[in-house]
Ligand binder design. Structure first.
Ligand code: UD1
Ligand code: CA
Length: 487
């Protein structure tokens, strides 16, 4: 068969992610491709790698099992063609997955000349590798392009079979391999660029493997060779192609991704005290000069500014931390915003809708939810602040609680600027406190407090001279008389 170099215009590539396997070796009710890896589903990684190709890919299809998959939880972390699910009615192998494509309109009516097919369980693949595959495809537009790798331990992978001249003749899956074939260390990475013509020609012609009853995409290689077609290979590094079949392999790829992601941040000037014990998700950004202590987990679209300090055991989920802020040990923040120079924790819980202004302070055992604190506002000890806005420089005393719920509905509290809220105050919402007001310690605030007012709500109290001494004397006498009765 002749080869000719295709022009960019002539080559139209669709991405295909294989994600319909049953993943039985994982022994988990969670679909394998949705297993969490640093806070995002496994499938997000090959999807990101594909999305990195930009406009080179016309669309991205994902082959899903009969019950479907919640693909909306899978993100590429940037603008990417949306994942278009195609159902594989019967999970009968990776060729079965390709066949599912044939019955979809995309295949029948779409413009794709080539399909970039990736196992959905290979999270280490990077865009550069796919770029290399596409380049090879441009050079040999009629060839089936395979990615291979050399592994010290090839167990479980399909082995690349070559003839004496080195030409690829097929792929042998582990379970059908002879002992000589098993000794081969060149394996199939599960990353292919396949011309539409080749896929189409093989439609309905790949038979189930007699041992497992599955139809193997890898059998396409021998078929192409036997029909005089062309097969090209691109060799990738072992650490760009590892697949996940077991929980142990999942933890191994997580480790490799952790290393890769953390190394990237270190190259940008972030200090990790222990990168092996710090988890940073793929969509997280961290500014230069920020120091991360061990055992923290930054996930989702968390953004941490420059020159911050993130303590031990901090969990930030989709949160934003401004430049120069300090997050002390054991803080949990979900969809929260921490202003520049703010200080939070230790042991604070910032729930969704929390927004701390510049240099605000939130101390130990403070829980916030939909709480907007102005610049320099402080709540340093033991408080619940929910559905509340707090003005600039206001001080919230220890033990202050916003009573935002009456058992049926939520109500808001508004506290102005420069307010002093004494310790152990309850603010029964809806209620507002004007600028500069002072709330005496122990108050239960049930009505609006005007600006500058002093609010007091206390039962009358008195200190009786010598009353304590008299009380003790009485009690001691009683104690002694009952002892005598017993003896
Ligand atoms: C596959 C390759 C093997 C290669 C290895 C690389 C085949 C037959 N074997 O083996 O040569 O070395 O990947 O990691 O392809 N899937 C479906 N529908 C199915 C079955 C699987 O969509 O019916 C999906 C799975 O969800 C998975 C991918 O295809 O994402 C690969 O399937 P898996 O069963 O993991 O193949 P391996 O045995 O790892
Ligand atoms: Ca696999």
């Amino acid at each position: 068969m002749t080869t000719k170099t295709m022009t960019t215009e002539a080559m139209v590539i669709d991405g295909v992610l294989l994600a319909a396997g049953s993943g039985t070796r994982m022994r988990s009710p969670v679909a394998k491709v949705l297993s969490p890896v640093l806070g995002v589903p496994l499938l997000s990684y090959p999807y990101r790698a594909m999305a990195g190709l930009g406009p080179l890919l016309a669309s991205i299809h994902v082959i899903v099992p009969p019950g479907g998959l919640p693909v909306e939880t899978v993100h590429a972390g940037r603008e990417a063609p949306p994942l278009q699910p195609v159902i594989q009615e019967k999970p009968d192998g990776t060729w079965g997955a390709c066949e599912a494509l044939f019955s979809s309109r995309i295949f029948l009516e779409g413009p794709a000349t080539h399909f970039l097919v990736l196992n959905g369980d290979g999270p280490l693949v990077e865009t550069a590798l796919l770029d290399a595959l596409v380049a090879l495809g441009r050079e040999y537009p009629e060839a089936l392009v395979l990615t291979t790798a050399r592994l010290d331990n090839p167990t479980g992978y399909g082995r690349i079979l070559r003839d004496s001249s080195g030409k690829v003749t097929g792929i042998r899956e582990e379970n059908g391999a002879s002992s000589e074939e098993r000794a081969l260390r060149e394996v199939n990475a599960g990353i292919y660029l396949i011309p539409r013509t080749i896929l189409h020609e093989a439609r309905g012609k790949i038979l189930p493997d007699p041992r497992k009853g599955e139809r193997y995409l890898t059998d396409l290689v021998a078929r192409v060779v036997s029909r005089g077609g062309e097969v090209r290979t691109h060799e990738a590094s072992a650490d760009s192609m590892r697949g996940v079949n077991t929980q142990e392999e999942l933890s191994r790829v997580t480790e490799l991704l952790r290393e890769r992601i953390n190394r990237g941040h270190m190259e940008q000037g972030v200090t990790f005290q222990d990168p092996a014990r710090t988890d940073v998700g793929p969509d997280v950004t961290i500014g230069a000069g920020t120091v991360l202590l061990p055992q923290s987990f930054l996930e989702g679209k968390t953004r941490v500014g420059t020159g911050c300090r993130v303590g031990m055991g901090v969990h930030l989920i989709g949160s934003e931390v401004g430049d120069g802020a300090t997050i002390r040990d054991y803080v949990v923040a979900t969809e929260a915003v921490v202003g520049p120079g703010a200080v939070v924790g230790p042991f604070a819980h910032l729930r969704p809708g929390t927004r701390l202004g510049r240099e605000a302070h939130l101390g130990n055992f403070v829980e916030t939810k939909k709480a907007v604190l102005g610049a320099g506002a402080k709540a340093n000890h033991l408080s619940y602040l929910g559905d509340v806005t707090v003005g600039e420089r206001t001080n919230i005393g220890a033990g202050t609680i916003t009573c935002n719920y009456d058992g049926y509905e939520k109500f808001s509290t508004t506290i102005g600027a420069d307010v002093f809220v004494g310790s152990d105050t309850q603010l029964v919402a809806p209620v507002s406190v004007g600028d500069g007001a002072v709330i005496a310690a122990g108050s239960t605030v049930v009505e609006d407090v005007p600006p500058g007012a002093l609010y007091l709500s206390r039962a009358r109290s008195e200190a009786r001279p010598e009353g304590g001494t008299r009380y003790r004397r009485r009690r001691e006498a009683k104690k002694n008389s009952s002892k005598k009765e017993l003896s």
